[in-house]
Design a protein around this ligand. Sequence first.
Ligand SMILES: Cc1ncc(COP(=O)(O)O)c(C=O)c1O
Length: 353
Amino acid sequence: MAVIDLRSDTVTRPTAEMRRVMANAEVGDDVYGEDPTVRQLEERVAELLGTQAALFVPSGTMANQIALRAQVRPGDKVIIGAGAHVWMYESGALAALAGAQTHVLPGDGRFTAAAVREAFTPQDPYLSPTRVVAVENTHNMGGGLLWDQDEVTAVVTAAHALGMAAHLDGARLWNAAIASQTSERALAAGFDSVSVCLSKGLGAPAGSLVAGSRELITTCHRFRKMYGGGMRQAGILAAAGLHALTHHRERLAQDHDHARHLAESLAQVPGLRVALRKEMTNIVMVDLERTSAATLVAAARRHGVLLGAVGARRVRLVTHLDVDRAAIDAAVAALVQATRECQAEADAQERAG
Ligand SMILES: Cc1ncc(COP(=O)(O)O)c(C=O)c1O
């Protein structure tokens, strides 16, 4: 039985063509600044995002963390949305490595300019200087949610008016651009720093970039070294990223169609609750009425479908390059079956008292 892996869009394997360009990549020592393929990727991403410069790093976590580290001092505060990756899923790096504290705005991960103004604390020896606002677009734990771009602009404007910087965690900015039929450059406009990932929807095996002004990227370069992110013949990875940018961006629309189909199908399954939202992209969050996430994940695995548990009663399904429409249909059938089994088990437990 072929396993259908919906845990994340990071599980994709490089295509044969991607492997070929990786094998043939021109390389050099990137720590010496001598890898031509890395340079090419950095220039291409800076151009796509409309920034002066970009820096290739091993992961999205490093891209976010060095961007924030470069813009805060220990004790400073970063305003973020609920469930922000930079806060919840980066192993406490913001506190441990940057020494920053966070002010988490409630909601689905998105927030308003008014909330930013309210969270900002004026200069006062008792208070932590509010230095950066971080936006995540699309928002992973919110369910791949696309922001309203007018709200993003208002947030960035409010941040700048208060003397703060604005960071964009754009791990899935490519999805946001396709879903909103705009350019990545338009979505990144005004931000002081932007992180993007090549290893998610784009299907590259590894690699992210942090982008911003030349001055900021020079500072990030230093922190990349400090955080251990200097890679040598990294052109092999950069080549995969360049290939992905050319060949795998437009096709993200398919992932979004698949996710919507998956969400609509699962919404009809008794015992599952799915919020069907127009701002969703390639992530589907499913709330479970009668069974725990761990039980459903185990049952789905027995039926050849891998899901992620992201709460006691919530699972996450992510569409990507390696799942086609037939795999989505097969996954729905398997999940109908798995849910039935879990509910029968819950019924039996209830009867047993
Ligand atoms: C929104 C967001 N930002 C950052 C990251 C971190 O990326 P990485 O796993 O490459 O460190 C992820 C990973 O899933 C993510 O979803």
